[in-house]
Design a protein around this ligand. Sequence first.
Ligand SMILES: [Mg+2]
Length: 292
Amino acid sequence: MSSDLSTEEMTLPGKERSPVHSWLMDMDGVLVHEQHMIPGADRFLSLLRERELPFLVLTNNSLFTRRDLSARLKTIGLDVPETAIWTSALATAQFLANQRPGGSAFVIGEVGLTTALHAAGYTLTEQDPDYVVVGETRTYSFSRITQAIRHIVEGARFIATNPDPSGPSTEGPLPATGSLAALISSASGVSPYYVGKPNPLMMRTALNTINAHSESTAMIGDSMKTDIVSGLEAGLETILVLTGVTSADDVDRFTYRPSRIVKSIADVIPDLEASRAEVKPDARSGRRRERR
Ligand SMILES: [Mg+2]
């Protein structure tokens, strides 16, 4: 009996899940790799639209606005409307607007972050801010970093859009938000609250944006450390693709597992092709296996 139970426990999570109706997916390493489209990504996205399935493309990068990102994706052949993009900057702005509506922030970051904060009703200020908010930037300024540190020491709350220490480029790694936050943290003695992945808040805010439920949503990602763990913690089905930072050999080292591992986004296309057949009979007959 006990061995039956353990077998059952291992298979239960997959069996009990509702059919996937909504989709979240990471951008880099899933749809895009080094400024190129990953084969199958265009077909996958067009099927999502054809089937009218709610979806969001997620990125921890807070540099760009969703309009910029939509335009960048278009240049490599991916048609993603700006409303289907969710960045750590947007998640941060929504988080702050919920926590302290109409607050003020001293920002180190670029247009993706400042635009999101403005749109969420925040005032950007140099004096006595409620928050210091740090995001991705390519223009480090010693004086602004110094101001940020002093605001935090004087009591401003410290938020960073994402903890990634570095980001990819064709020439090699670039320092990213996590590294800048570490500098400010080290000098101020205060650790930031990170909103982006792996914080499941990034998934929760994304789900709310498309009115999706965790039990019928899948997260597709290439990173065990960010996408898969945050998807798991938010209660989503998780699908790891091997076109990005995690290799098949890496997976077993982690204390958690994705629901499924596939070679690339192209291998998830059959899920969408099947989804039409799945949804209609259910809706029509409500047929379910019931046991007494
Ligand atoms: Mg990625």
